[in-house]
Design a protein around this ligand. Sequence first.
Ligand code: HEM
Length: 219
Amino acid sequence: MAEPIPFSAALRERSSSAHSGSEHAGFMSDLMQGKGTRDDYVALVAQHWFIYEALEAVTERMRRDPVASVFISDKLTRLPALEADLAFLLGSDWRERIEPLPTTRRYVERIRRVGATWPGGFVAHHYTRYLGDLSGGLFIGKLMQRQFGFDTNGIGFYVFGDIADPRAFKDVYREQLDAAPWDAAEQERVIDEVLVAYRFNTDLFVDLAAAKDSAAVVA
Ligand code: HEM
């Protein structure tokens, strides 16, 4: 009999087309191809701040949960790096100069709701962001650094100083996904929530593109 496929592999497979959708969204692919501006990059960093503020607040709450806490590591924490990036990119009054786009508001609301009540859903959001940051994110950071002439300032979000070997870290994370005590129905719900998280990320790129177009009209 064929071995059942591990949960982490099923999750990756079932979300791969959603991943392509996020990866190839116009705003993101423009940025990756050198067609984005520094302002576009800053707009993305600002939205990340709202998302990670919510994600890392619910992370604090989930530290007490026996299943979710296994996935939590201070090595992943991104909020201080995002704040340093924004101070560098926008100045010390950065907090007054940013606001969440409509998709970001909905995404944050979802993270807070799920993160208050549902460990599996929390893991879905945690996985979608941090495993992505430890994968394509590392590459995106290097590209942005080169494109906009940043040294380390401005791209701290993409630098995981406490994770020497991202591949090994991700392997352990996938082993933890495989070991989570979820039955088939719960695994399905977690996969569905990962798809929801991808949707928010793709919609955010649509919002960012629209915000850029309307700014161009005003200017
Ligand atoms: C230009 C944009 C992107 C590029 C170039 C990119 C690239 C990649 C690559 C190459 C991998 C595979 C790494 C490996 O197998 O170890 C990966 C994995 C991943 N990416 Fe992305 N990505 C992008 C955008 C995103 C976005 C927007 C998200 C969601 C927020 C995301 C979430 C993920 C996740 C969760 C994984 C891990 C999949 C798994 O192994 O289970 N990526 N990405």
